[in-house]
Design a protein around this ligand. Sequence first.
Ligand code: FCX
Length: 441
Amino acid sequence: TKSLKDAVAEVVPQKQEQLKKFRSEHGDKSLGDIKVENLIGGMRGLKVMLWEGSVLDANTGITFHGKSIPDCEKVLPGAGDLGLQGKEMLPESMLWLLLTGNVPSKEEVKGLSEELAAKGKLPSYVEKIIDSFPKTLHPMTQFAGAVGALNHDSKFAQGYKDGIKKTEYWKPTLDDSIDLIAKLPAIAARIYYNVFGRGDGVQKIDPKKDLIGNYSEMIGYGDNEGMTDYLRLYIAIHGDHEGGNVSAHTAHLVGSALSDPYLSYSAALLGLAGPLHGLANQEVLGWALGMQEKVGKNASEEDIKEFLWSTLKSGRVVPGYGHAVLRMPDPRFSALSRFCDTRPELKNSSIVQLVQKTSKVAPEVLKEHGKTKNPYPNVDAASGCVLYEYGLKEWSYYTVIFGISRAIGALPQLVMDRALGLPIERPKSMSLDALEAFVKK
Ligand code: FCX
């Protein structure tokens, strides 16, 4: 059976050739104008970054190497295919697809799961660093700190110091990336144990289990098949959402300075920790529970509308709604809703029902409010209520789970960045005075 490294080694020369040819034939083609509005407006819509794993279409949603989420659910090896309890696709399968563009075989995924399990144990210095954080420090800050510290053993950083050739950079970048993905569950679980006292506290890894089977065990859900399977789906579909979102873009930007994968991904996690990005899943739960407290468990549509308006009138955003690119309900939201519909233990959950009911009412209210360009739910609208229902009620931890996931999208691109020899990012900025002088010319 092929290892992931062998599979990537096959793809790299093809990608290098594709880029070389494309650049020489089309290097001078325009991809559109840059308007003053774009410069002021967070660069929305500007095509300025190469990103291989996925493409986001405003009206059809995300595809991973051309495959939609329902396509992936059909073709990517899942828990059942590997003889594990559960049905959902495995994040390992998604990682393989994102890195190589190909659907892995069951055996390849099994080999990758074993490799990740073998590399999953934390060095003791990282355990000590995590244990030294105050419990009151936000779990995302702890997460980023521990991930950054792993750069102590970076193969890329060592290789660079030793003077390896530029054409070889992608190899230690891949080694570090796999090593980091393998260790994220143990870091996340240790933080969970330290802050909330849940899980076994030792982060034992069973070589026969998949990445998320082990993670679920470490946080105390090993016997909960529903939760473990939900975590697999959640982590597989949160992995990649093309390159322009804050976390993915940050990993790519920091990596462009040849910072190693640990440093690049640590920076990405700090961006994910913002309330307009990954922290929204924590915000949604707090907001939904606040609504439930106010309107009770069997809220009517009218009650929900009223609560939505009170949020909007107080000048806050409705968390879990809107998107910088999407102009439709997020297919990731739909995938998580589908999961809820198929699990009897979630069907009668009052918080899941409230979140689903809200998703039907909120678009109307947001349209009437008239500000957001996309009145539909994004992935964060749904993700937290299921964790809550399964008993993981500490919502300040929710973005950490997103953080385990985003690595399987951001790190493959870092490998591609090095394989394609992409340069340091350095866009041009302008001051207002310089802009005024420019438009007068
Ligand atoms: N509720 C109320 N107002 C909203 C809104 C919402 N959910 N979404 C957008 N708006 C407002 C914006 O605040 C902006 O108002 P302003 O002109 O007074 O500044 C106006 O509508 C136009 O914004 P728009 O162009 O539609 O959205 P942006 O591309 O600027 O921002 C995000 C996109 C996602 C940041 C925005 O919709 C938002 O704040 N949503 C709530 C937070 C959230 O759910 N974030 C998670 C997004 C994502 F899925 C992820 O990264 O995880």
